[in-house]
Design a protein around this ligand. Sequence first.
Ligand SMILES: Nc1ncnc2c1ncn2[C@@H]1O[C@H](COP(=O)(O)OP(=O)(O)OP(=O)(O)O)[C@@H](O)[C@H]1O
Ligand SMILES: O=P(O)(O)OC[C@H]1O[C@H](OP(=O)(O)OP(=O)(O)O)[C@H](O)[C@@H]1O
Length: 215
Amino acid sequence: MEILIALPKGRMADSAITLFEKAGIAENILKDISRKLVVNDHKNLMKFMLVKPMDVPTYVEHGAADLGICGKDILLEQKKDCYEVLDLKFGFCKMVVAGPKEAKDSFLTNKRVATKFPNIAEEFFRQKGENVEIIKLNGSVELAPIVGLSEVIVDIVETGNTLRENGLIVIEEIFSSSARLIVNKASLKTKSQRIKEIIIKLKEVVETFKEVKND
Ligand SMILES: Nc1ncnc2c1ncn2[C@@H]1O[C@H](COP(=O)(O)OP(=O)(O)OP(=O)(O)O)[C@@H](O)[C@H]1O
Ligand SMILES: O=P(O)(O)OC[C@H]1O[C@H](OP(=O)(O)OP(=O)(O)O)[C@H](O)[C@@H]1O
């Protein structure tokens, strides 16, 4: 029975592919995936597809993929109906509120918040009882406070370089994120044995090589 796996394009791709190869449950994905969006590993009865990170939970929820890898940030933003089964210990970053240093001690009620993560931002400020206007962007979020589109942002920080280079600071941390393995709910029943084997093998690699490189 073939297992379909949705891997994230972009910065997590190499670590995700390396993880499967190290686990010995897939071969030559890296070689082939640079050319194609779908790679068949006939020997191991697996099919890998490369999709935008934000689309991974959609493929898994609908069963177009049995398994997927994406950041915890995306899972918290989308709250799709699938199981999160393993912390893969790469893709570490933090979700933060950031802005110019003047924004640090000011009350954010009635302020504007630019973000790629509107649901996370909305919930965070609602729980704090601060009424803000969320402005959804698709990238380069650090630009928003610089040009007056918003007072603050909710975005991902890893090294802090992007914030620093744009004169912004972290105002508050919301949560820490890393890559997660997710599973389609029906697949876990219908392909139970193979999926459990894959989870166990990946877990072994994660525990042995806590530092799967992420660049
Ligand atoms: N600077 C970062 N450092 C580490 N991990 C990051 C960083 N930015 C994002 N991530 C993690 O990697 C995941 C995928 O990020 P990536 O930038 O490849 O995709 P994306 O944000 O959808 O990019 P794009 O829209 O440019 O394709 C994020 O969901 C997050 O978990
Ligand atoms: O703390 P750092 O190491 O500087 O990383 C943080 C930056 O990385 C991500 O952006 P990405 O590169 O995905 O580009 P984007 O603006 O298109 O989202 C994130 O949105 C920050 O802008």
